[in-house]
Design a protein around this ligand. Structure first.
Ligand code: GLY
Ligand code: MN
Ligand code: MN
Length: 445
């Protein structure tokens, strides 16, 4: 691991880049960190605090009650909530101390600028109402600056990925008859924390057998049986930066022939989508690349009928691949996605595609194709009618309990293509990273 790049220098660079992108003259901007949120009915208890990502990006601080203020004529002022006696009694001093101007001075700072247009980014700042259009424009510009990850962000993401790799290494030996989804989750998360993870970046997904067809399945007491698929989607978080990895493994060591065929197909779709990732390519093209491989493979496997273009245009392929190919990951598991300036309000080109923009050097995206047999979609009479000629419904009915397969990696887009941050998590037991370059042809013969 490289040495951690210096934080202060990065913050200065980020703030200058954002100010330049905004190009303001008279407007003022507030960026709120947010406040603690009470858990209903739980008296003094609050949800774990996560400051708004826009605030964290510009302050590297995860503390409630803060406001970062910007006046184009005078620069940035960091208002922080003072540490109270109550804080010291219940939580102790903030780690690393607390530099900034006390929030009690925010009122007079604003009063001196009362007549000027105001934008509020981050979380709402109590008592301040912003100009909606200005706020929207500045948010798009801030997202634009946030998307390419800087050296400090990548450093943290690599630590999150290492912790997640250790978590998958710990869970793989547990994929045996009689172990429960919940037991697997516990060992996975313990290893993530032992290896540097500070939190899980999202609720860990462990779905076995038919549960693997539920996209975000919460681990249950269900026990693994030999022949089950187990879909594990998990990511550690470090200093707010996330990793987001999915693997689908067989219980008992070997995939059945149909599991093997569809696992190779998802892998081939992932490979093709990853190969397409480079600066300038539209994300919808990356999605389409994976969808074409999946459509073709599902025809070959006897589930779909017809040409690839028709299967995509008619939506038949989304019956089995019902989500987008991925999303930006970084500061949190959903990083600065949003819309691109000039593309506001444009409808998503495919169902559930989370982002619609061209890739740029420095972005980190997940690539996560999947094939699932979701009874809620496949037993729907309307869909059956609509796709009656394009789907072999008898074959589908025979596989309704199959579950699902997803494979997910995190790609850093570089000037000449991409670098995977997560390729060394084995795709199947015993497979080293070098196996991941295999083509579908090679893996299926
Ligand atoms: N872990 C949720 C996702 O893959 O997006
Ligand atoms: Mn995931
Ligand atoms: Mn993901």
């Amino acid at each position: 691991m490289h040495d951690a790049p210096e934080i202060a220098g990065q913050l200065e660079r980020r703030r200058s880049a954002v100010a330049a992108e905004w190009g303001l003259t008279d407007e003022v901007v507030l960026i709120g960190s947010g406040d603690l949120i009470s858990i209903p009915g739980r008296a003094d208890l609050t949800y774990p605090f996560r400051a708004h990502s826009e605030y964290v990006y510009l302050t590297d601080r995860n503390r409630p009650g803060g406001v970062l203020a910007f006046d184009p004529g005078e620069g940035w002022v960091d208002f922080v909530a003072p540490v109270t006696e109550r804080d010291r009694l219940w939580s102790g001093e903030p780690a690393g101390g607390l530099d900034g101007t006390t929030t009690s001075a925010l009122g007079s700072w604003l009063a001196a600028r009362r007549s000027r247009p105001l934008a509020v980014l981050g979380s709402p700042v109590p008592g301040q109402s912003a100009e909606g259009e200005l706020t929207d424009r500045l948010r798009l510009a801030l997202s634009q600056v946030r998307r390419p990850k800087d050296a400090l962000e990548l450093h943290r993401m690599r630590i999150a990925a290492l912790a997640t790799r250790a978590a998958f290494a710990a869970v793989m030996p547990m994929l045996a008859e009689g172990v429960s989804e919940r037991e697997a989750q516990i060992e996975l998360e313990a290893a993530a924390f032992r290896h540097g993870g500070e939190a899980m970046a999202y609720d860990t997904i462990v779905g076995s057998g038919p549960n693997s067809a539920v996209l975000h399945f919460a681990p249950s007491s269900r026990r693994f049986h030999t022949g089950d698929l187990v879909l594990i989607d998990a990511g550690a978080e470090y200093r707010g930066y996330a990793s987001d990895i999915t693997r689908t493994y067989p219980v008992g060591g070997a995939l059945t022939p149909i599991q093997g065929e569809l696992h190779s197909l998802v892998r081939a779709a992932e490979r093709a989508a990853i190969d397409a990732c480079r600066p300038g390519i539209e994300w919808r093209e990356v999605h389409l690349t994976a969808a074409r491989v999946i459509a073709d493979g599902l025809v070959e496997a006897g589930f779909l009928r017809g040409g690839i273009d028709t299967l995509i245009e008619s939506g038949a392929v989304w019956l089995f691949f019902p989500h987008g190919i991925g999303h930006l990951v970084g500061l949190g598991v959903r990083d600065a996605g949003g819309e691109l300036a000039g593309r506001e309000g444009r409808p998503a080109p495919f169902p559930n595609l989370r982002i619609d923009l061209p890739l740029e050097t420095g972005m980190v995206v997940t690539v996560e194709p999947g094939i699932y047999f979701v009874p809620a979609l496949l037993e729907d009479p309307d869909r059956r009618r609509r796709h009656r000629d394009r789907v072999d419904w008898d074959r589908v009915d025979a596989h309704l309990g199959f579950g699902g397969i997803r494979i997910e990696d995190n790609l850093h887009i570089t000037a000449d293509g991409h670098e995977s941050l997560t390729a060394d998590v084995p795709v199947l037991a015993g497979e080293s990273a070098s196996h991941r370059a295999k083509t579908r042809q090679e893996t299926r013969t």
